[in-house]
Design a protein around this ligand. Structure first.
Ligand code: GRF
Length: 220
């Protein structure tokens, strides 16, 4: 089976990129990373691409007069590489509605909250301030509005007593590193069908059990 040709767009650390590279290294994985793009030359994540011998390019947004021309350069680079799916992984630029429309349902993102809660930045500090019992991450198709779009995969992690934003973000990040490869696999296998604002996943055999935080047995 032909593997889906993927590009990963980053701006920084690239730990999600690393998890996708690792997943794609398995011979049976249905996707391959053909290109890594960064808007920043100093993105630490570029080293992950180099180590895996994946072609990468830097397209500095500061070299462009407008978001439109920057996104045009991104689009041309992706097209030239024959990319079929774009994964945003800590890519810190807002994309224009035109770019998002061109890549509709072929553009996915990971966000460190259980959307639609806590869109935007500082999700972990805001989740702690709100006193939620679960935090987590969401992989979703991208729509023009920030952090919106049909949800593919979510992973929930408990918020624990004594958590600060750093500890919570480390726990969520571990979940991200499993959620993104899972979402990519489902999309690449053609199991995800977008229907309006929702994504349907084919072939889910069983539902996970409900989980409680605090655990029920500690509250009797
Ligand atoms: C992750 O928390 C991701 O959810 C968010 O930006 C962060 C990127 O981390 N969109 P990394 O660069 O993948 O390590």
């Amino acid at each position: 089976m032909a593997r889906l040709k993927v590009a990963v767009l980053i701006s920084g650390r690239g730990s999600n990129l690393a998890s996708l590279i690792e997943a794609c290294a398995a011979p049976a994985f249905p996707a391959e990373i053909r290109l890594v793009l960064s808007n920043r030359a100093d993105a630490a994540g570029l080293a992950h691409a180099a180590r895996a011998a994946i072609p990468s390019a830097v397209i500095p947004h500061r070299d462009f007069a407008s978001r439109e021309t920057f996104d045009g350069a991104l689009d041309r680079t992706l097209q030239a590489a024959g990319i079929e799916l774009v994964c945003l992984a800590g890519f810190m630029r807002l994309l224009t509605p035109d770019f998002v429309a061109r890549w509709r349902d072929r553009l996915i993102n990971i966000h460190p909250s259980l959307l639609p809660a806590f869109r935007g930045l500082d999700t972990h500090a805001r989740a702690l301030a709100a006193g939620v019992r679960f935090a987590g991450c969401t992989v979703h198709f991208v729509r023009p509005e920030m952090d919106e779009g049909p949800i593919i995969v979510q992973a929930a992690v408990p918020v624990l007593p004594g958590d600060d934003a750093e500890r919570l973000s480390a726990r969520v990040l571990e979940a991200e590193h499993q959620a993104y490869p899972l979402a990519l696999r489902l999309v690449a296998e053609g199991k995800v069908r977008v229907d309006g604002d929702r994504a349907e996943i084919a072939g889910i055999a069983a539902a996970p059990p409900s989980i409680f935080n605090p655990p029920r047995e500690t509250c009797q």
